[in-house]
Design a protein around this ligand. Structure first.
Ligand code: SAM
Length: 206
């Protein structure tokens, strides 16, 4: 079996050559730091691509980590599986193929509760994803969301190009949600394309 470092290097090369948007080099340092701090056990990922971030979470998470990851593209799911099968984490990462909006209500509940979530799929859907994810969270959980500053437009006064307006508006709504909702505390790192780190604590009813 090849080493995990060799596998990561191969995946980084594949992503670059085939324009697959895996977590970028600038965001990766902060991403790995959070994972090493949290050492997550039960993980939900929205947006597998070729399995790079899932493998990084498996490699840096708890010894008994278990990851449920959702991916729309059949081709990418197959590539992710082929890479993951070359690692010792094959039995720990479960890929479900389809639209995350649907899988979050069908497949994802089966492995809940989750103590760690990585949201990295359709940028306009983050609030919808989170609303579906909240009932699946452990009483305390960490939620990472990538690309929340979307090429700098989200915090800029400048009007984004027409084709990005909906995404930018929805990412602003996501940031507002995770910043202002009771039970959520969020820090946004500007590394890469903006990484939101949210610490969630379920509020008791009384
Ligand atoms: N998390 C991966 C990593 O860092 O290695 C990168 C994920 S990439 C930025 C986003 C992925 O989300 C793409 O592979 C895309 O096909 C997938 N995606 C987009 N819309 C989706 C949807 N509605 N449901 C599930 N996956 C979706």
């Amino acid at each position: 079996m090849k080493t995990i470092e060799t596998l990561f290097a191969e995946m980084e090369r594949y992503a670059k050559e085939n324009h697959v948007p895996i977590i970028n080099e600038k965001g990766r340092v902060a991403f790995l730091q959070v994972i090493r701090e949290c050492r997550p056990k039960r993980v939900l990922e929205v947006g597998t691509a070729i399995g790079y971030s899932a493998l990084q979470i498996a490699h840096n998470g708890a010894e008994d980590v278990d990851i449920t990851t959702l991916e729309l593209s059949v081709d990418r799911s197959k590539i992710a599986k082929a890479y993951i099968d070359q690692s010792r984490y094959a039995g720990r990462i479960h890929i479900h193929t389809g639209d995350a909006a649907e899988l979050l209500t069908t497949e994802a509940p089966k492995a809940a509760p989750y103590d760690f979530v990585f949201i990295d799929a359709a940028k306009g859907q983050y609030v919808d994803y989170l609303q579906k994810i909240e009932p699946l969270l452990a009483d305390e959980a960490v939620i990472l969301a990538d690309n929340v500053l979307f090429r700098g437009y989200v915090r800029s006064e400048e009007k984004p190009p027409r084709r990005f307006r909906t995404i930018v508006k929805r990412l602003r709504e996501y940031i507002e949600f995770v910043t202002e909702m009771p039970g959520y505390a969020t820090e946004i790192l500007e590394n890469g394309d903006g990484l939101a780190i949210t610490r969630y604590r379920r509020l008791t009813k009384d």
